[in-house]
Unconditional design. Structure first.
Lengths: 113, 111
């Protein structure tokens, strides 16, 4: 079956712009989570969605937001981009239960110049 | 707050040697622990998932153990190959739906 699909794979944006990243989970998976990966901070949790509801949010400024659609696809948006937002953004999908396996996409590499 | 530590940060071994990667976590109230592999610039590939009620899990040359009471997990990779070179990450999941990750162990297997 198809894995987690993230688009686009690469993005270059200018400071102050906004960006939207997309994630399509594995078919049947209703939970989608987003993570930011940087060399200095490692993998940090952004937020988790289930059935279009945000169930948990990490310690990121309000410039970072997300949503989930009825087909479980999710988007995250970053407004007023800063240089420090340059990172690999990873999306993970899993079934509803907390004790199920998480599967990650290939990520979106965002570079802010 | 859940803290996850992986030691060592980097490891270099000759081909054929067994690999032992360690992961420790501070809060034992976990649902499960998952081991991932990450190649440079790529996403995470799930290797093994151990539920909190399990002691170990095996897949091919990989074996992972879990001692929840002491907050430790170990990933063993038997008979390492150059293709095993990657960064290995462990992550624990608690009731708040998020995964807490360690910083990873970067493995180099020399041919």
């Amino acid at each position: 079956k198809a894995g987690v699909t993230q688009t686009p794979r690469y993005l270059i944006k200018t400071r102050g712009q906004q960006v939207t990243l997309s994630c399509s989970p594995i078919s049947g998976h209703r939970s989608v989570s987003w993570y930011q990966q940087t060399p200095g901070q490692g993998l940090q949790f952004l937020f988790e969605y289930f059935s279009e509801t945000q169930r948990n949010k990490g310690n990121f400024p309000g410039r970072f937001s997300g949503r989930q659609f009825s087909n479980s696809r999710s988007e995250m948006n970053v407004s007023t981009l800063e240089l420090g937002d340059s990172a690999l953004y990873l999306c993970a999908s899993s079934l509803e239960q907390r004790n199920t396996e998480a599967f990650f996409g290939q990520g979106t590499r965002l570079t802010v110049v | 707050k859940q803290e996850v530590t992986q030691i060592p940060a980097a490891l270099s071994v000759p081909e054929g040697e067994n690999l032992v990667l360690n992961c420790s976590f501070t809060d034992s109230a976990i649902y499960n622990l998952q081991w991932f592999r990450q190649d440079p610039g790529k996403g995470l590939t799930s290797l093994l998932l151990i539920q909190s009620s399990q002691r170990e899990q095996t897949s091919g040359r990989l074996n992972a153990s879990l001692d929840k009471s002491s907050g430790r997990s170990t990933l063993y990779i038997a008979a390492s190959q150059p293709g095993d070179s990657a960064t290995y990450l462990c992550a624990v999941r608690r009731g708040d739906y998020k995964l807490s990750f360690g910083a990873g162990t970067t493995v180099t297997v020399r041919a």
